[in-house]
Design a protein around this ligand. Structure first.
Ligand code: IPM
Ligand code: MG
Length: 357
């Protein structure tokens, strides 16, 4: 009997959040048995679910609770029910405040193309086959958090702001990751228009002198959006700020065929937050048709990066590849090369089963 035991904060959230988290937990339980460690889960409230229960999107119990965990697995938040609330009371504000409170300034969003799914993308197979990108998105600064921000009747504004320290630390994360990959970074900004981007670019250049082996290039964000679709294989690591990273990671997700496939890890100063990059998809919530693979992959990233349980993570990654190569698909992946269209729970069952072999 091993004595490896971890406490996992679980935030199911809204919309499809609870469905996809349940499948991820099913898979985590399966691999923990195989690899002989124990996971203890503690559920916490965030977003709409928290608003309904407590009146606010991020209760203190959640902020305090996550700090006592080894890691946190998160589903998704938001939905039409809470859309008319004032900004600071909306579900999204809860998520942003949680990321800030946890100090998770580095959001790693891998966009990889499963060979089995090259036909599921809206892009041509020859354009995407073999693409493998890591988007490193700064997550707790930039225009999402900059002050001042105001909304008036005839005027509204936000502030895009970065400090030297913020750019240095996210750049270092990107360079460290690039050292373990193909040693190429493309830093994305809008330095032809924005002072904050000019500043970003200069600091990334400074940090790059500490990593002579890594090839650094810069690209304007509009061009990067275009290049991601035109020739995604030119990218290895993309380093960018908060809002550009939000937009580019959604675009990059379409290389894989579905935004329902891509995981993310938000790390930085301590406990990390592992979450799919997609939202709460209220339009399909409760129908059992959501794709749980992005969340299951996020659980795998959690095992690997937060807990060091690499064998368990490998089991999950291999199980996903096997299920896809055998033709199991959720509806969002279309029926290309599909043997069977599965429900959310069926996909979870298949992955849990293959991960246990
Ligand atoms: C994401 C989401 C969030 C973001 C929203 C829900 C606040 O789009 O994680 O990409 O913009 O960061
Ligand atoms: Mg987003």
């Amino acid at each position: 009997m091993s004595n490896r035991s971890y406490k996992i904060g679980v935030i199911k959230g809204d919309g499809i959040g609870p469905e996809i988290i349940d499948e991820a937990i099913k898979v985590l339980d399966a691999v923990s048995v195989q690899e002989d460690f124990t996971l203890k889960y503690e559920e916490m409230l965030l977003g709409g679910a928290a608003i309904d229960e407590t009146g606010i999107p991020l209760p203190d119990e959640t902020v305090n609770g996550v700090k006592k965990c080894d890691s946190v697995l998160f589903g998704a938040i938001g939905g039409p029910k809470w859309d008319n609330l004032e900004r600071h009371l909306r579900p999204e504000s809860g998520l942003l405040a949680l990321r800030k409170a946890m100090g998770t300034f580095a959001n790693l969003r891998p966009a990889m193309v499963y060979d089995e799914l090259v036909n599921a993308s809206s892009l041509k197979p020859e354009v995407i086959k073999g693409a493998d990108i890591m988007v490193v998105r700064e997550l707790t600064g930039g225009i999402y958090f900059g002050q001042p921000r105001e909304l008036h009747e005839n005027e509204a504004f936000n502030t895009m702001r970065y400090t030297r320290e913020e750019v240095i630390r996210i750049s270092k994360v990107a360079f460290e990751i690039a050292m373990k990959r193909d040693k190429r970074i493309c830093s994305v900004d809008k330095a032809n228009v924005l002072e904050v981007s000019q500043f970003w670019r200069e600091i990334v250049e400074e940090v790059s002198t500490e990593y002579p082996e890594v090839e650094l290039s810069h690209m304007y964000v509009d061009n990067a959006a275009m290049q991601l679709i035109r020739d995604p294989k030119q990218f290895d690591v993309i380093l960018t700020g908060n809002i550009f990273g939000d937009i580019l990671s959604d675009a990059a997700s379409m290389l894989s065929g579905s935004i329902g496939l891509l995981p993310s890890a938000s790390t930085g100063m301590g406990v990390g937050l592992y979450e799919p990059i997609h939202g709460s998809a209220p339009d399909i919530a409760g129908q059992g048709i959501a794709n749980p693979l992005a969340t299951i992959s996020s659980a795998s990233m959690m095992l690997r990066y937060a807990l060091g349980e690499n064998d368990a993570a490998d089991r999950i990654d291999n199980a996903i590849k096997r299920a896809l190569s055998e033709g199991y698909r959720t509806g969002d992946l279309g029926d290309y090369d599909a043997k069977e269209i599965c429900s959310c729970t069926e996909m979870g069952d298949i992955i849990a089963n293959y991960a246990s072999k």
